[in-house]
Design a protein around this ligand. Structure first.
Ligand code: NAD
Length: 542
């Protein structure tokens, strides 16, 4: 068979549908939203391809209407976590023995199902259960997810093609890209259906089998994704779906000797806890588990006085308030020179005040509700601290109402203290804090920005002056794993801007690139000699 036969299709980003009034996609999505609102779904665990019930039930609700139940799901306990591990280990030999082109075909078919048959199912579940509007759900659950699958298949092929460049005469050197020995534990956050899908599938693309624990507030889209994988031909047991409490599922999984890796996205403190527990169990494991975690952020916008004011206003609004600020990359602190701030302040405040917020099924809304009551309390707690402080002032927003849904107004805090809590801590809500610096203090403020927060995920500089851009790029080199010039710090696209940060933002293994897939393989080097020496003596010995 020649190489052409094995070449996987060249990936391209899935086109984003608009859902503008009058489009076919808008009608199809609205019909699916109605269906999911009217029919309560039953979500089982899926272990070794079998639906499993525990009788311990959780509820999937709408954040914008928290009394509405979309689904009831089974919760796994330690027994089911052990069964999921056994299922993953049983499925492993056949899965890793399968030719990679067959694995590729399964995930390419899954991507096609996501962009066709399941597009509206996944988008509607992401809207209703995770609180995204139509356009944001489209970018996440349809496009980014299909992109992850298509690009990962492409990266897998590229990795397999990387072989030792030199073979001495009579020698053949090869790298055998083995999957890890054991199983991988995928633990996903609530905020991106695409991330959840990628956490579970990226190790599987490389021949690993997976125990997947989705976030309790994002079970429904995960369940539909399991249907996609099955329809695409994924063998039973390759990905096992075990919603449940982090501790109840996590404890037995992290203590298992066959744990080969953890693929995590979520908050820094949960990741620290997972890492510590792996450290505590280190003598029990057969191999050193690979630990990959993308965690929190405190993402910045740095404005230079040569910046374009309209671009800054738009980037701040989109960056801070899209999806209610519940993105790890959301802009949450902004540094602005005084004269520039005075020139944009009123327009900015008016624009933020005009943001429509409400039900996800009303497509005219830009913002919706935050994910749950816990998030609502945490975010409003930060706002209350600003209200009570003499170092901070709410310049717009600050209101909230959880009567029907968990709604929090887009809020801008102005602070005189660059180390005020809302400049340093991850809030994960629609709150942007602005620190106004003295004109001429750009260099000093870049240093301040670098040293303010423990996180280093995303950040943006806005400047027309090229010296200012170059200076920010240099001073802030370690302050963000994804750095933007004259663009908002959110919205990384698979295959274009590999995503991840360092410091307290994670291991920076760049989701959506070959770098991530490299973590799911343990290469074996094979040296074969075609004419092995037959005399032990060196030539120099005469
Ligand atoms: P979270 O940390 O609360 O939960 C993440 C997952 O960990 C969930 O599935 C949860 O059930 C699980 N979990 C909790 N305790 C556990 C335990 N003891 N053992 C095993 N699993 C456990 O995060 P979240 O609220 O779902 O998501 C928001 C966070 O995710 C934010 O901090 C955000 O910055 C981060 N995030 C980061 C990225 C990134 O790429 N850096 C992307 C998206 C979200």
């Amino acid at each position: 068979m020649n190489n052409t036969f094995f070449n996987t299709p060249t990936p391209a980003n899935e086109p984003v549908l608009t859902y503008a009034p009058g489009t076919a996609e808008r009608e199809l999505l609205q019909a699916e939203l109605r269906r999911q609102m009217q029919h309560e779904a039953e979500v089982p665990l899926i272990i070794g391809g079998q639906s499993v019930s525990t009788g311990n039930m959780g509820r999937s609700i709408c954040p914008h209407n928290h009394q509405h139940v979309l689904a009831r799901y089974q919760k796994a306990g330690s027994g089911e976590a052990e069964s999921a591990i056994s299922a993953a280990l049983s499925a492993k030999p056949a899965w890793e023995a399968m030719h990679w082109s067959d694995r590729a075909a399964i995930f390419l078919r899954a991507a096609d199902l996501i962009s066709t048959t399941y597009r509206y199912t996944l988008n509607a579940a992401t809207m209703l259960n995770q609180g995204k509007n139509a356009f944001q759900a489209e970018i996440d659950a349809a496009c980014e997810l299909a992109d992850f699958l298509r690009f990962n298949v492409h990266f897998m092929q590229q990795i397999y093609g990387v072989q030792p460049a030199i073979n001495s005469p009579g020698i053949w050197n090869q790298l055998d890209y083995r999957p890890l020995e054991g199983f991988v534990f995928a633990v996903s956050p609530f905020n991106f259906t695409a991330i959840a899908g990628n956490l579970a599938t990226a190790p599987a693309v490389m021949g690993n089998t997976v125990v997947w624990k989705p976030a309790s507030t994002a079970v429904l889209s995960g369940y539909y994704l399991m249907q996609v994988f099955k329809e695409a031909g994924l063998p039973d047991g390759v990905i096992n779906f075990v919603p449940g409490s982090g501790g109840e599922v996590g404890d037995p999984v992290l203590a298992n000797p066959h744990l080969a890796g953890v693929h995590f996205t979520g908050s820094t403190h949960v990741f620290n806890d997972i890492w510590q527990r792996i450290g505590g169990n280190i003598d029990a494991y057969r191999s050193y588990p690979r630990i990959v975690g993308e965690t929190g952020g405190k993402d910045f916008i740095m404005v230079h006085d040569s910046a374009d004011p309209e671009s800054v206003i738009t980037a701040a609004i989109r960056g801070a308030f899209e999806y209610q600020g519940q993105k790890c990359s959301a802009a949450s602190r902004m540094y602005v020179p005084r004269t520039f701030w005075n020139s944009i302040r009123d327009r900015f405040i008016d624009a933020v005040g005009s943001i429509p917020m409400g039900d996800v099924t009303d497509f005219s809304n830009f913002m919706n509700a935050v994910i749950d009551e816990k998030a609502f309390r945490t975010i409003t707690g930060f706002i209350d601290r600003a209200k009570a402080s003499d170092k901070a002032q709410i310049v717009t927003g600050g209101g909230s109402d959880a009567t029907r849904g968990f709604f929090i107004e887009p809020t801008v805090i102005l602070t005189t203290d660059p180390h005020f809590i809302t400049m340093e801590a991850e809030i994960f809500g629609p709150v942007l804090t602005v620190y106004v610096y003295d004109d001429g203090d750009y260099g000093k403020t870049l240093q301040l920005c670098d040293e303010t927060s423990g996180y280093a995920l995303t950040g943006a500089v806005f400047a027309g002056d090229r010296h200012a851009v170059a200076k920010a790029r240099s001073v802030l080199r370690n302050a963000a794993g994804n750095f933007y010039v004259n663009d908002k710090p959110t919205g990384a696209v698979v295959g274009q801007q590999p995503f991840g940060g360092s410091r307290k933002s994670g291991t920076n293994d760049k989701a959506g690139s070959h770098l991530n897939l490299l973590r799911w393989t343990s290469p074996r080097t094979i040296k074969e000699s075609f004419s092995a020496p037959t005399d032990y003596r060196y030539p120099s010995m005469g």
